[in-house]
Unconditional design. Structure first.
Length: 438
């Protein structure tokens, strides 16, 4: 049965690509697990040589995986990942099938699996990773996942009994994650930013957690990077972070903007230093030819215009996408395109858009187009900013129709900044590039 499933699912991948239904990133794994719930364990038993890394968190997973792959391959370490962003069990299973032969053997040294925050505990039941990176914990898809304390409880239960040989890399500037590291049995390392790199002195509106996880009193901060990430301390019990790995250098060759990407890069540097012994100075030299992952500050040329896709699917991530976009357009007035869906991959609740600070967009835009299933929800939200700044908001639900209008109001070599949530990003990429990912 095992070998038949590999053969059958490889046929599914072949025809999926042949007829351009997608990349075969989910359905092959779904079918394999449907017929054999222990498929992952069986294929991994045949590949004991694989070093397995798991990356999770609310934001930054795909970029972190792309960075790891980039550096490993530049150092002649063969690796693969569920790189299309299919980060559920079926996506991980599909990546194993794609990279195996018909006998289930995988000729790679490293497997890097990205998983969403809700499914992370399920992944740990199926495999034993050599190392784990947890990037952050923010509100996301509240109707599916619940508040951050719900996810934290799931993570705590999943991690408290992991192997003592597993290396766990945690964002030490996140109070809950720092606390988590003190309660689990794996070998823990913390990454973060220096206080001098943090721009804020007061907690912003999009913060998701500011209570001491030890005594439940309000935390205080010396400086804040964004949301609730920063140099925190508790006046009552003394809870605070220490022994945080930081990277003080400026990375002029790093193509990704935004302080949130500094966290991703710092996590990767610490990870590769501890596991492979790579020199950070040598890794920095490899940054200039790194290409952003799809939809993560990705530049797509269409009709001689440049579309920059900045995936934005929760308040913390959207606010950081806005900051990043402003940092690379300077004083130019650009067209912005906001696309909001509420399909299953996005979560049906879009109330989170009211926690996004859109004011800065209005300072650097000529016109704002809004599209997607919930285009009018976004338009109403923007109207609360527009009443003061008097900018043009153009709601067009259909993406292709909106694209036609955008082409009319722009000229060749103009830059259009696009902020889609997840399913919207996939739809737009299909229009601009002509193929699906999943």
């Amino acid at each position: 049965m095992f070998y038949f499933l590999i053969f059958f699912t490889k046929i599914v991948i072949f025809f999926s690509r042949l007829f351009k239904f997608g990349a075969g990133s989910t359905w092959p794994g779904h079918l394999a697990l449907f017929f054999d719930s222990k498929f992952i364990k069986k294929i991994l038993q045949k590949n004991n040589h694989l070093k397995i890394f798991v990356i999770t968190g609310t934001n930054g997973k795909t970029t972190t995986v792309a960075l790891l792959k980039h550096f490993l391959e530049k150092n002649n370490v063969s690796c693969f990942s569920n790189q299309e962003g299919a980060n559920l069990l079926n996506g991980i299973t599909s990546s194993l099938i794609k990279n195996s032969n018909f006998f289930g053997k995988i000729n790679k040294e490293v497997a890097i699996f990205e998983t969403d925050e809700f499914n992370f505990p399920l992944i740990l039941k199926e495999l034993t990773p050599l190392a784990i990176i947890i990037l952050n914990l923010f509100r996301d898809q509240l109707d599916r996942y619940g508040e951050v304390n719900t996810i934290f409880s799931r993570w705590f239960e999943a991690l408290k009994n992991i192997s003592s040989n597993t290396l766990v890399f945690l964002n030490g500037d996140d109070p809950q994650l720092y606390y988590l590291g003190k309660k689990i049995s794996g070998q823990v390392f913390y990454f973060g930013l220096d206080k001098e790199e943090m721009p804020l002195k007061k907690l912003p509106h999009d913060m998701d957690f500011n209570y001491c996880p030890v005594c439940f009193k309000l935390l205080h901060y010396k400086k804040i990077a964004y949301s609730h990430l920063g140099k925190f301390f508790c006046l009552k019990c003394g809870f605070k972070s220490k022994n945080i790995f930081t990277s003080k250098e400026s990375f002029s060759d790093f193509p990704l903007k935004g302080i949130y990407n500094r966290y991703n890069l710092t996590a990767v540097f610490l990870f590769l230093k501890k596991i492979f012994g790579f020199s950070i100075d040598k890794l920095k030299l490899l940054l200039n030819d790194f290409l952003p992952a799809f939809g993560r500050q990705e530049k797509i040329t269409y009709n001689n215009r440049y579309f920059y896709l900045l995936l934005s699917k929760n308040p913390a991530g959207f606010n950081q996408s806005i900051e990043a976009s402003i940092s690379f357009i300077g004083n130019k007035k650009n067209v912005f395109w906001l696309i909001l869906n509420n399909k299953i991959p996005d979560g049906h609740d879009v109330s989170w858009i009211w926690d996004v600070n859109f004011k800065k967009i209005f300072l650097v835009t000529k016109e704002i187009f809004v599209s997607g299933d919930r285009a009018f929800d976004m338009a109403v939200r923007l109207k609360y900013e527009e009443t003061l700044l008097k900018k043009k908001i153009i709601p067009i639900i259909d993406l292709r129709q909106a694209l036609k209008e955008i082409l009319k109001v722009t000229k060749e070599k103009d830059e259009i900044l696009v902020f889609p949530n997840y399913s919207a990003m996939l739809e737009l990429r299909f229009i601009l590039v002509g193929r699906k990912f999943l």
